[in-house]
Ligand binder design. Structure first.
Ligand code: SIN
Length: 524
């Protein structure tokens, strides 16, 4: 730790080699991995005594209940991005938004470039005046354009503040905010608001390959600034735009500000004056991100004896078909991953450990990966639950995410206990999780940014491996189903509600549909 001025500690954390299979992974500084991950051994096989009820209790009404969302209304944070174009600001904004939304905070990104384009489009439609936003527009010596850009940034900040006042929790100001004077203006404006915390998040990048990839993303993904231009002309102009910003860029060193500076996503993080629960959580998440190419594989355990009997929960062993899956899995995974290192994570329940037993990789068990706890309904069939607890059965169908089994958990509880798993997944490289239906639904929803209401209905069939490849915006997905029959444990959503989407797009979005959001430059 080094001190800059009085009471302004700057903490710098640099990525160092730590695990034999993953040379670039930084240490788990604050405990997401490490002690929470247990090395797979025989003791884990006897980890949980089966809580199975031998017969359903007599009919009881109204025991399980819906649990309300936690009250986050006091949380008001402005995250103001800092960085040159093509340095991953929008990537970080998007990742942070998805993570915090998964944890049920109300988060929006207010993108100044988007506001600029939207306004220009409206002007062109209304007045027939076409504004030119080529590199000269971003030059500091162009006084008129500089004034126009400043007022767009201010307008976007005003919209963000208003949105926080109306109930939002974290507003991300996605702009370059690249000079001390621009940051001072933001600070002065926020000082007028009570209870709003301001954090600057600077993204530095000096890796030519990452910058080139970001430039290509801009040029090739339909950025409206370069509509009707050849990719070569667009690239030339965008590089000139970056040069214009470089002429006046001032990295963040103001000792009185709260800030995080991330260099080459995952390589080095410096932070200063980050206090409080949510701010620290944001910092911790951002510290764990990296952009090295990797795959995340999900598989449920092989078919279990309880699956065959139609029972939920418990800690049963695999059925003969489940054992067949366990034996077939290594070939599928090694064909796919080749020589690359891979770590396998299981829960502490026997069916996942048995499924992983033939895989020739390092295996770790996580208690947090255990299946959703069905409390008093553990080891019952759905028919038995319906008969014994008719009201609860209906309640669960009505709002499955919020329903908590008596003595057990809701999907929301599971999301909360999976947070350290997400943190560790972000930090790691190739990982295969052998898990359970509800658990994999929660993790899948995070990676594909799927809404909460759809989450409990995501299809994660038995004997299927899901391969996710994280991209700048979202994940690509492939599914491999092994030809080994298994029961279908999926219970569809009641008919009145529309079926869930399965996969989000990896395209960056440059326009939004909603009129209000359009005005605000909001990225959905
Ligand atoms: C943009 O208009 O594309 C970015 C504006 C800024 O400099 O923040």
């Amino acid at each position: 730790m080094q001190a800059t001025g009085d009471l302004a500690p700057v903490v710098t954390i640099t990525s160092t080699p730590s695990m034999p299979n993953s040379p670039n992974i930084p240490p788990a500084m604050f405990g997401a991995g490490g002690p929470m991950l247990k090395r797979f051994d025989e003791s884990t096989l006897a980890s949980r005594i089966n809580s199975g009820a031998s017969s359903p209790p007599p009919s009881v009404k109204g025991i399980g209940k819906k649990v309300a969302k936690p009250d986050y209304s006091e949380q008001k944070i402005v995250v103001a991005m800092v960085g040159l174009p093509a340095r991953g600001k929008s990537y970080l904004s998007n990742k942070l938004m998805i993570y915090l939304r998964w944890l049920e905070y109300d988060v929006k990104v207010f993108n100044v470039g988007q506001l600029r384009r939207t306004k220009a489009r409206q002007k062109a439609q209304k007045l027939g005046v076409k504004e030119v936003h080529m590199a000269d527009f971003f030059s500091h010596s162009n006084a008129q354009a500089t004034q126009s850009r400043d007022s767009l940034a201010e307008e976007s900040l005003e919209t963000l503040i208003q949105w926080l006042k109306e109930g939002g929790n974290v507003g991300i100001h996605d702009a370059t905010n690249s000079t001390r004077s621009r940051r001072a203006k933001i600070e002065a404006r926020l000082a007028k608001e009570k209870g709003m915390i301001l954090i600057f998040l600077e993204s530095l990048c000096d890796d030519p390959a990452t910058i080139a990839a970001n430039v290509e993303l801009k040029v090739s993904q339909g950025d409206p600034d370069y509509k009707d231009m050849s990719p070569d002309a667009a690239r030339t102009d965008f590089l000139r735009r970056i040069k214009e910003y470089e002429k006046v860029y001032e990295t963040i060193t103001e000792p009185h500000l709260s800030y995080l500076r991330i260099t080459n996503v995952g390589e080095e993080v410096s932070m200063s004056r980050i206090n409080g629960y949510l701010s620290s959580r944001i910092a911790f998440y951002l510290m764990n991100l990296h952009i090295r190419p990797r795959n995340i594989f999900f598989s449920r355990h092989g078919e279990s004896k309880y699956n065959v009997e139609g029972k939920i929960g418990g800690d049963s062993l695999l059925s003969p078909r489940g054992m067949q899956y366990a034996k077939a899995l290594p070939a599928l995974i090694t064909d796919n991953i080749g020589e690359k290192p891979l770590t396998v994570w299981t829960s502490t329940l026997k069916r996942t450990i048995q499924t992983a037993q033939y895989l020739p990789y390092t295996k770790l068990t996580w208690k947090s990966l255990d299946e959703l706890d069905a409390g008093v309904c553990d080891a019952m069939t759905y028919e038995e639950i319906e008969q014994a607890y008719p009201d609860d059965y209906a309640n669960r169908d009505e709002d499955k995410f919020n329903y908590r089994y008596r003595g057990g958990e809701s999907y929301r509880d599971v999301v909360v206990r999976l947070e350290p798993v997400i943190m560790e997944l972000e930090r790691q490289e190739n990982i295969l999780i052998i898990g359970h239906q509800a658990i994999l639904r929660c993790l899948y929803a995070y990676f594909h940014h799927l809404p909460q209401a759809d989450l409990p209905y995501i299809k994660i069939p038995l004997h299927t491996v899901i391969k996710l490849t994280p991209k700048a915006y979202g994940c690509d997905e492939e599914r491999y189903t092994l030809p080994i029959n298994a029961v279908d444990t999926h219970r569809p959503k009641p008919k009145t509600v529309k079926p869930p989407g399965t996969q989000s797009s990896t395209q960056r979005r440059y326009f939004v549909e909603d009129e209000e959001d359009m005005k605000a430059g909001v990225v959905a």
